[in-house]
Design a binder for this molecule. Structure first.
Ligand code: HPA
Length: 277
C-alpha cells in the first residue's frame, strides 16, 4: 500500500469512528459561502483537528471542519475551509479531504471558489459555471506512485466537469432567473495575486477566471471517478484589467455580497443534481 493511500485510510477510519453519516454529495465551500453549512439541517460536525493526520487550513476566514447534514433531502458533507497548496502542504494533503469525502460515500463533488475575472465581459459579483480548467501551473496531485485503489495511473480528463451536471445547473439557474456565466478556470499556486502579464497569458491560453484552488481538487476527484461540477464567484477583475490594486478585503467583500444568491443557486442545484444522478 502506498503512503498516500495509507494516510487516507487512517483518516477515514478516524472519521468513521466519530461519524457514520453517508453523504451523497460533497460540497467545498469557497470564500463567501463559509457559513452556508449553518443553514443546512445538520447531523454531525467533525473538526479537521479531530481527524488523525489531517492537514489543517491556516487562512484567515477559513474554518476547518466537515459538516454533515441535509440540503433539502440530499445527504451532503460540506467542507468548511479548504486546504490550499500555498499554505505549504504537499498536493497529496491538499486533496486528501476530497478523497476522504469520496470514501465516505459522496459520488458528486460540488466545488465553489472565489476567482478573479479574466474574461473582459465579466464583472465582480458574476457567477461562473466551470466548464473546464487549466492546472498546468500547479503540480498534479497524482504525481508519485499511483494507488490503483483510488484510480488509474493515466486518467482521462476530457469530461472532468460533467456535461450533464452542467446542464442541470444551467437549467436550475435559468428557472431561478439567476444569470450564470460559463468558462474555464485556471489555477495559479498563489498566494500572491497574479501580475498583469500573467493575466494576459491566462487570457491567451483560454482562461476566463483565475484562482488558487479547485483544479487540483477536480483532478483528484476525477481520478476517483466522482461526478464533478463547480461554480466560481468572480470577486474582482484580475490584475491589470482595471487600475485598482487587488486585495483580500475586496475579494471577501464581493464574496459576501454575492453569497445570498450563490447559496440559493447551490441549494437548488444540489437538489436537482441528486435527483438527476
Ligand atoms: N486571483 C487569484 N485568486 C483569486 C482572485 C484573483 O484575482 N480573486 C479571488 N481569488
Amino acid at each position: 500500500m502506498n503512503e498516500t493511500y495509507e494516510k487516507l485510510l487512517n483518516c477515514y477510519e478516524s472519521c468513521r469512528k466519530k461519524v457514520d453519516f453517508v453523504p451523497k454529495a460533497a460540497l467545498v465551500l469557497g470564500s463567501g459561502l463559509g457559513d452556508y453549512a449553518e443553514g443546512i439541517r445538520q447531523e454531525a460536525v467533525l473538526d479537521y483537528q479531530d481527524i488523525a493526520g489531517f492537514p489543517r487550513s491556516t487562512v484567515e476566514g477559513h474554518q476547518g471542519r466537515f459538516i454533515f447534514g441535509y440540503v433539502k433531502d440530499v445527504p451532503v458533507v460540506c467542507m468548511q475551509g479548504r486546504v490550499h497548496y500555498y499554505e505549504g502542504y504537499p498536493m497529496s494533503d491538499v486533496v486528501l479531504p476530497i478523497r476522504l469525502m469520496k470514501l465516505m460515500g459522496a459520488e458528486i463533488l460540488f466545488l465553489t471558489n472565489a476567482a478573479g475575472g479574466v474574461n473582459m465581459d465579466f464583472a465582480p459579483g458574476d457567477l461562473m459555471l466551470i466548464r473546464d480548467h487549466i492546472s498546468v501551473l500547479a503540480p498534479s496531485p497524482l504525481i508519485g506512485p499511483n494507488s490503483n485503489s483510488l484510480g488509474p495511473r493515466f486518467c482521462d480528463m476530457s469530461d472532468t466537469y460533467d456535461a450533464r451536471l452542467r446542464r442541470i445547473i444551467r437549467r436550475t439557474a435559468e428557472k431561478m432567473d439567476i444569470s450564470l456565466r460559463e468558462g474555464v478556470y485556471m489555477q495559479f499556486t498563489g498566494p500572491q495575486y497574479e501580475t498583469p502579464a500573467e493575466i494576459r497569458m491566462a487570457r491567451v491560453l483560454g482562461a476566463d477566471a483565475v484562482g488558487m484552488s479547485t483544479a487540483c481538487e477536480a483532478v483528484a476527484a476525477n481520478h476517483m471517478g466522482m461526478h464533478i461540477c463547480g461554480i466560481s464567484c468572480i470577486t474582482n477583475m484580475a490584475a491589470g484589467v482595471t487600475d485598482q490594486p487587488l486585495s483580500h478585503a475586496e475579494v471577501q467583500k464581493t464574496a459576501d455580497r454575492t453569497a445570498p444568491l450563490f447559496k440559493k443557486l447551490v441549494t437548488e442545484s444540489i437538489a436537482a443534481l441528486a435527483a438527476g444522478v
